[in-house]
Design a protein around this ligand. Structure first.
Ligand SMILES: Cc1cc2nc3c(=O)[nH]c(=O)nc-3n(C[C@H](O)[C@H](O)[C@H](O)COP(=O)(O)OP(=O)(O)OC[C@H]3O[C@@H](n4cnc5c(N)ncnc54)[C@H](O)[C@@H]3O)c2cc1C
Ligand code: FES
Length: 788
C-alpha cells in the first residue's frame, strides 16, 4: 500500500491534533508527504492562531523526518480539505470524528461526513473521543476488522487491511454479514489471499451489516475497521450506506477505502470516475453530450487501477505514471496500449460506420483486422508462396513481434519457439507482487493463451533451438526435427550469470529469472527465515524488498559502495541504501561471496573479507548475460549479444534480433547498446516485426525502465555510461527527486525516485538531443516538458 500524499485537517484543537498525530505516523511509516490544512471559513476563524498551530504542527512533523507542508485555504473545513486533497493528488485524507456522534448520524453536516461522501481517495476517520489527553493515538493498528461481502471491490478494501496488518504485525478479523454458508465460502476465498505473516480470523454473522460490524468491532476490541466506500456516494448515501453507518457508530478508527466512486448516473458531464456498473468496477467518462465511455480501469502497462484526474481530465495510473485520455487512448507511457473499451453509449472511434460490432473490445480483433483486408504492407502484396517467419524465444520480445506480424496483416506462417514450457509471460512481477504472493501469473501473461491459436501463431514451447543455418534457412532443435524458415527473429533474451563459487550447487542457493525460479523462492519464503543475497542490482534490490515485506531477515553482500552505485553513482546509490536500511535490510558492501557452506543444503555464506553469515537460503543477483551461444558457427555476428543495426537487422540477411539479446545501434545515442528492460523488449519486438515485413522502421525509442521497491518507484530513462555533472531536481534527503546524468552539457539519462512524471517529461529533453541548462533542470518552477 502506498499512501504517498496524506492530507489532514486541523483547527489547532487538542482533538484535531490526535488526527494530525495519526496522519504523521502513517506518513513517516510510508515515507509519504504530509499536507496539514487549516480552513479560513466565513465564521471568522482568526488567521494568526491557526497559522501558528499549522506552522508548529508542520515543524513537529519535520523534526520527526516527515516531509510536511502546511496550507491555509479559504472555505469550510470540508471544502479546504477536499481542495487540498485534489491539489496534492492525495491518496489518503485523515480527519477526526468530531460531529459524527449519534445525534448527527444521518445529517450530512459534520466535517467528516462532508468529506466521506466526496473524498477523491481513501479516508481515515480517527476516533478522537477521549483521546485529547495523554492517551497514545493509533496506529500501530494491531487488531483490524474488515467487512466484506466477497465482491471484488470489498476485496480491495480487505487487501488494504492485510497490508496494514502486515506493516504492524497485526491480525485481521474478516466479517461477512449474510447467509452463513455463502459467507463461509466467501471468507475462505478472501482469507486465502492473505499474506503469510498476517493472522486472519473469520466471522459470519446475520442481520444488519453495519450494526453487526460495529458490535463485533466492540466485542473484539479492534483499533481499526476497514470498509469499502460502496454506497457512500450517489443516491444511496441518503439511505445510510454501510460505511456511513459504520463510520458513525463504531468505537474505533475507520478506514473507508475508495473502491467505488459512484454510480454512472451520478457522473457530471465532462467528468470521469471509477464507478460500479453491474457489480463491476469501471472507469467511466461522461462527455458534454451525455455520452459515456466505459473502460476497464486496469492500466495496460502492469495492471494497476487508474484513477480520474479532474484537473488534467485524464485517467492517471498511480504506479509508473501512465496517462490515458478520457476515451482510454494513451497520452503518456509507459503504457503503449489504450485502456480496454468495454461499453458505453459513445461510438468507438473509427467503427461507427460498421455498427456496434467492435465497440465492446474497443478495437477490432487481429483476425478481424486481417479479414477486413486492411492495407497491410507486404501481406497486401500477396506473396506467391506463403512465407514462414520463425521466432526463437517465446517471451516479451518474441511474442510482441509475433503479434505485430499478425496485427500488420502478415498471412504467412508464424512459428514461435520457446525453451520454457509456459506461454509468454511478463517477468517484472516475479521479483515483486508474484514473489510476495499478491498476484498470479494469469494476470501477467504477455497475451492471453488463446491469442496465439486464435491468430494462427504456432507455438512450440519447451523446445530449445541449438543451432542456426542461415544459408540452409533451418533451425536445429534439441531432440526434434529441423525447422525451416524464410525469415528469423532471435529473441532469446538473457540468462543469469553463474560464477564458479565453491558450494554454488548446494540446495537452497537460488537465483531468479523464470517463473519456476520465482516459485522456488516463494516456497522458501517463510517469515523469520534468514536469507543472504549476493549482489544488489535492480532485481536484487527488488527481491530484498519483497523478502523484507514478507518478514524475512535479509543480509546483502555486494561489491561497490552502495546499491547500484556502478550504474547510478554513489549519491543516488546511498538513497537506495537508506531506503533498504530503514526497512531492516542488513548490507555489507565492498565485499563478495567467497563460498557457500552446508552439507547438501546451504547453511551459511563466507565472504572475501572473512565474514561468516548463517542463513536458511541464498538468492543470487549477479547480473545476466545474453543467450547467443547457440549461434556459434552460424556466421551471425555476436558481440555481447546479437549485433544488429537500428532496424533490428543482424549481419546476415533475413535474420533479426530484439530484446535483451540485441546489441543494437541507437541513432539518438549514436552508439551500440544492449538493454535488459521490459520496455525495450516490447518496443523493439514490435519494430523487429515491422522490419521483418519490410517496413523500414528505425528503432529510436528512449530506453526506459522502472523498479518498484517497498512503497517507492524508481524510474530511469535514456542511457549513460559516464557523466561530468549530476543535476538534482528535488531533494536526495527527502527521497523524492529526479537526477540528471549530464555529459558536455547534455542530459544523457535521468533517474527518479517517486517522480514518474519527471522521467516521462525528461524523455522529451533526451530525445531532442539533451541540451539543457542545469539551472532550469533544477528549478521546480520550470516545467521539464518545456525544455524538450
Ligand atoms: C525478476 C525480473 C524482474 C524484472 N523487472 C523488471 C522491471 O521492473 N522493469 C523492467 O523494465 N524490466 C524488468 N525486468 C527485465 C525484463 O523482464 C526483460 O528485459 C524482458 O523479459 C526481456 O524480454 P526478452 O523477450 O528480450 O527476453 P527474455 O524475457 O529473457 O526471454 C527470452 C526467452 O527465450 C528463451 N530462449 C532462450 N534461448 C532459447 C533457445 N535457444 N531456444 C528457444 N528458446 C530460447 C528463454 O527461455 C526465454 O523464455 C525484469 C526481469 C526479471 C528476470
Ligand atoms: S501499471 Fe500503470 S504505469 Fe505501470
Amino acid at each position: 500500500m502506498s499512501y504517498r500524499a496524506i492530507v489532514v485537517g486541523t483547527d489547532g484543537s487538542p482533538t484535531a491534533s490526535v488526527a494530525v498525530e495519526v496522519a504523521q505516523k502513517l506518513a513517516k511509516r510510508l515515507k509519504g508527504k504530509l499536507v496539514l490544512v487549516g480552513a479560513l471559513d466565513a465564521y471568522g476563524v482568526s488567521r494568526q492562531p491557526l497559522q501558528t498551530a499549522l506552522y508548529e504542527a508542520a515543524e513537529a512533523a519535520r523534526a520527526k523526518k516527515v516531509d510536511a507542508t502546511a496550507e491555509l485555504i479559504e472555505g469550510t473545513p470540508g471544502e479546504a480539505i477536499l481542495a487540498a486533497a485534489i491539489k496534492h493528488d492525495a491518496d489518503l485524507i485523515v480527519v477526526g470524528n468530531r460531529g459524527m456522534g449519534q445525534a448527527t448520524r444521518f445529517r450530512l453536516g459534520s466535517v467528516p461526513d462532508w468529506i466521506a461522501h466526496d473524498a477523491p481517495c481513501d479516508l481515515l476517520i480517527v476516533d478522537t473521543t477521549g483521546r485529547a489527553g495523554p492517551r497514545e493515538p493509533a496506529p500501530p493498528y494491531t487488531r483490524i476488522l474488515a467487512g466484506t461481502d466477497g465482491s471484488g471491490t470489498a476485496t480491495e478494501a480487505v487487501r488494504k487491511a492485510y497490508t496494514l496488518a502486515s506493516m504492524y504485525a497485526g491480525t485481521v478479523t474478516l466479517v461477512h454479514v449474510g447467509d452463513p454458508l455463502v459467507g463461509a465460502i466467501k471468507l475462505e476465498e478472501v482469507a486465502s489471499t492473505r499474506p503469510d505473516d498476517v493472522e486472519v480470523q473469520k466471522r459470519t454473522v446475520e442481520g444488519d451489516p453495519a450494526q453487526r460490524i460495529c458490535e463485533l468491532a466492540e466485542a473484539e476490541g479492534v483499533q481499526l475497521v476497514v470498509v469499502g466506500n460502496k454506497g457512500m456516494s450517489g443516491v444511496r448515501r441518503f439511505l445510510g450506506s454501510v460505511p456511513n453507518k459504520v463510520a458513525h457508530e463504531v468505537p474505533s478508527d475507520v478506514l473507508i477505502v475508495k473502491t467505488v466512486d459512484r454510480s454512472a448516473e451520478d457522473l457530471v458531464a465532462g467528468h470521469g470516475g471509477l464507478v460500479n456498473v453491474d457489480g463491476r468496477q469501471l472507469a467511466v467518462y461522461r462527455d458534454e453530450d451525455g455520452q459515456t465511455y466505459e473502460l476497464s480501469p486496469r492500466c495496460t502497462h502492469m495492471g494497476c487501477t487508474v484513477d480520474w484526474n479532474d484537473t488534467a481530465k485524464t485517467w492517471d495510473c498511480p504506479c509508473h505514471g501512465s496517462r490515458f485520455a478520457f476515451d482510454g487512448s494513451v497520452v503518456r507511457g509507459p503504457a503503449a496500449d489504450p485502456l480496454e473499451r468495454v461499453g458505453g453509449t459513445a461510438a468507438a472511434p473509427g467503427v461507427a460506420a460498421q455498427g456496434t460490432e467492435a465497440v465492446a473490445g474497443g478495437a477490432p480483433s487481429l483476425s478481424a483486422a486481417a479479414s477486413l483486408g486492411r492495407e497491410v504492407g507486404s501481406a497486401a502484396k500477396k506473396p506467391a508462396k506463403k512465407e514462414r517467419y520463425a521466432i526463437v524465444g517465446a517471451s516479451l520480445a518474441g511474442a510482441t513481434a509475433a503479434a505485430t506480424l499478425r496485427e500488420e496483416g502478415f498471412d504467412g506462417e508464424v512459428i514461435l519457439i520457446g525453451a520454457e514450457p509456459a506461454f509468454p509471460y511478463e517477468r517484472p512481477p516475479l521479483s515483486k507482487s508474484f514473489l510476495r504472493g499478491e498476484s498470479t501469473m494469469q494476470e501477467a501473461m504477455v497475451r492471453p493463451q488463446a491469442f496465439y491459436a486464435d491468430n494462427g501463431i504456432e507455438t512450440r514451447l519447451g523446445t530449445t533451438v541449438v543451432g542456426v543455418d542461415p544459408a540452409g534457412k533451418t533451425l536445429a532443435v534439441a531432440g526434434g526435427d529441423p525447422v525451416s524458415f524464410d525469415k528469423l527473429l532471435i529473441a532469446t533474451g538473457a540468462r543469469n550469470r553463474r560464477f564458479p563459487i565453491p558450494g554454488i550447487d548446494l540446495e537452497g542457493v537460488l537465483d531468479l529469472r523464470t517463473l519456476g525460479d520465482a516459485a522456488g523462492i516463494r516456497a522458501e519464503m517463510l517469515p523469520g527465515r534468514r536469507v543472504v543475497m549476493a549482489g544488489m542490482g535492480f532485481i536484487g534490490s527488488e527481491v530484498a524488498a519483497s523478502l523484507r515485506q514478507r518478514g524475512l531477515e535479509v543480509h546483502v553482500v555486494a561489491g561497490g559502495k552502495a546499491p547500484l552505485d556502478r550504474i547510478l553513482g554513489e549519491d543516488v546509490g546511498r538513497v537506495i541504501e537508506g531506503i533498504h536500511r530503514d526497512h531492516g535490510v542488513e548490507m555489507t558492501f565492498d565485499d563478495q561471496v567467497a563460498g557457500f557452506e552446508g552439507n547438501g543444503r546451504v547453511r551459511g555464506v563466507k565472504t572475501a573479507s572473512g565474514l561468516s553469515l548463517s542463513c536458511d537460503f541464498v538468492v543470487l543477483g549477479l547480473g545476466v548475460e545474453p543467450v547467443a551461444s547457440f549461434l556459434e558457427g552460424s556466421g551471425i555476428d555476436v558481440d555481447d549479444g546479437v549485433v544488429v543495426d537500428e532496424r533490428c537487422r543482424a549481419s546476415v540477411a533475413g535474420v533479426f534480433a530484439a530484446g535483451d539479446v540485441a546489441n543494437h545501434y541507437h541513432p539518438i545515442f549514436e552508439r551500440r547498446i544492449r538493454i535488459e528492460h521490459w520496455n525495450n523488449a516490447r518496443a523493439q519486438g514490435r519494430v523487429a516485426g515491422l522490419n521483418m515485413l519490410g517496413r523500414d522502421t528505425p528503432y529510436e525509442e528512449i530506453h526506459w525502465f522502472w523498479s518498484d521497491q517497498y512503497e517507492h518507484t524508481i524510474q530511469y530513462a535514456g542511457h549513460h555510461r559516464e557523466w561530468d555533472d549530476l543535476v538534482i531536481r528535488g531533494n536526495l534527503e527527502s527521497r523524492t527527486f529526479a537526477a540528471f546524468y549530464m555529459l558536455g552539457g547534455r542530459v544523457q539519462a535521468v533517474v527518479s525516485v517517486d517522480r514518474p512524471a519527471d522521467v516521462q517529461d525528461a524523455m522529451g529533453v533526451i530525445r531532442a538531443g539533451g541540451l539543457a541548462d542545469p539551472a532550469k533542470l533544477r528549478d521546480e518552477t520550470v516545467p521539464l516538458a518545456s525544455l524538450g
